[in-house]
Design a protein around this ligand. Structure first.
Ligand code: EPZ
Length: 422
């Protein structure tokens, strides 16, 4: 089992290219299974979840080339019957569930099991299932195995989501683009990753409008394929960007983040400003400088986009552990997303988490400790905190962190951090 070793106290300085978005490349890879032909993707992050999605595509008969670089070519021409997506493939990540919509859209049937993913509390898929049933899918869901098929093909319909679920919105989009007739999704997710998926599907001939708003309208087409020679670029990862900005608050120093999209971070940037950091946003870069203890913030409530993103909650909490004052967090999206608080407290933080609420009272400094990453973003939060802590921190379960961050130790070492992997 690998671990990260961090000797805190080194300030950060330099420039870092923002990786492609994990939560955009995964649905786009699932969407590639809908295309009868080759699609070419660029700015794909080299993270383990990408390889999980490629293993599923390969299992379905796709040919994927591109190695570890940021370019990928996925050829799904002549895809035969979708064989069962086995357990160990499905359990590697939550986003495997959106292969259900793609399989139904392409072949009208699939067998898979409940997805895996970070343990953030219950992560049901009731909205996914009920929407696809409404489109004509027959879904047998027994003992964690899901068999679904659409004997008469899928038909467009009106779907109103009780909660703007990102995954459910993506699954419906993937099922609707080749369904018969029109699908209207009311109260869809508005995250930038939804827009990226819609842009990719449109580049393959889908008729989609309204993404990013309160109503997405999709007119089904016969089949999808990407024009020869077209390369689709994955949007930058707004959560990875927030992570490295938080690292600067924790360690002190300055950073120019390049190839990012500040317009996707309008709920996050003001939090760094409230902390007292010097931050400037340009078209596709963000510059941040911070020294000394940050100020505490007013209550931070996680909301669906364009509100403050739940995925940035953990790393922002790390940034505030040594603030002057107290900050209250309210986690409104997941039931159990404070598992990183225990590790931060082991490092000397003063955090009291109860249900949806966590109260962070700033302390003068943190101390290195031996910790386990509880999940992807919690692991990243411990890395950030360790950068500013006195002494050595060892972090186990790095596989969680590797699911969403491209070689986090190389990125931080390039900025002067004393971090390595053993
Ligand atoms: C996506 O997860 C992201 N993952 C998550 O990022 C992100 O935190 C989340 O959206 C919210 O933005 C990927 O895109 C791969 P949801 P998803 O469906 O689709 C409940 C990360 O760290 N719900 O919007 O699973 C659910 O339990 C990951 O990068 C139902 O009740 O999120 C949760 O409480 C973590 N029934 C809430 O909705 C359903 O059928 C939000 O879930 C579906 C969801």
């Amino acid at each position: 089992m690998q671990k990260l070793v961090i000797d805190g106290g080194k300030m950060l300085k330099g420039e870092l290219k923002t990786q492609g978005a994990k939560n955009a490349v995964l649905p786009v890879l699932a969407a590639a299974a809908l295309c009868d032909g080759k699609v070419r993707l660029s700015n794909c992050p080299s993270i383990s979840d990408r390889y999980g999605a490629i293993r599923i595509l390969t299992r379905l008969g796709a040919r994927v080339t591109g190695g570890a670089g940021s370019e990928l070519t996925v050829d799904c021409s002549g895809l035969a019957e979708f064989p069962e997506i086995d357990d160990n493939l499905m359990r590697t990540m939550r986003s495997s569930i959106i292969f259900m919509g793609a399989a139904l859209g392409r072949r009208g049937r699939c067998t898979l099991c409940y997805p895996g993913g970070c343990d953030l509390g219950p992560r049901p898929i009731d909205m996914h299932i009920s929407a696809l049933k409404k489109m004509g899918a027959v879904i047998n869901d027994e003992h964690g195995r899901i068999e679904c098929y659409a004997p008469d093909g899928l038909s467009g319909c009106k779907i109103s989501l009780s909660f703007p679920s990102v995954g459910a919105t993506e699954n419906i989009m993937l099922a609707a683009v080749t369904a018969k007739g029109e699908t209207v999704i009311s109260n869809p997710a508005r995250e930038p990753e939804i827009g990226c998926l819609a842009d990719f599907l449109r580049s393959c001939g889908a008729h989609i409008k309204g993404d990013g708003g309160g109503r997405i309208v999709i007119e089904g087409v016969e089949e999808l394929s990407q024009p020869e020679g077209e390369v689709f670029s994955i949007i930058p990862d707004r959560v990875a960007a927030a992570t490295y900005l938080s690292a600067v608050i924790c360690a002190g120093g300055e950073l120019m983040l390049t190839d990012c999209q500040p317009s996707h971070m309008e709920a996050v940037i003001p939090v760094f400003e409230a902390m007292g950091a010097y931050i400037r946003c340009f078209k596709s870069n963000i510059y941040i400088q911070s020294t000394g203890r940050p100020r505490s913030c007013d209550t931070i409530r996680t909301m669906v986009y364009p509100g403050f993103p739940t995925d940035a909650q953990a790393v922002i909490m790390s940034a505030l552990t040594c603030s002057v004052g107290t900050t209250v967090f309210v986690e409104n999206i997941f039931e159990s997303r404070y598992r990183h608080a225990a590790a931060l407290c082991r490092m000397g933080a003063d955090i009291r988490a109860e249900g949806k609420v966590a109260v962070v009272t700033g302390v003068p400094e943190l101390y290195g400790a031996s910790c386990e990453a509880p999940d992807l973003r919690g692991g990243a939060a411990i890395v950030c905190a360790a950068l500013g802590a006195q002494g050595r921190t060892e972090i186990l379960r790095t596989e969680y962190i590797d699911r969403g961050y491209e070689s986090i130790e190389k990125a931080l070492s390039s900025l002067g951090a004393d971090i390595y992997r053993v």
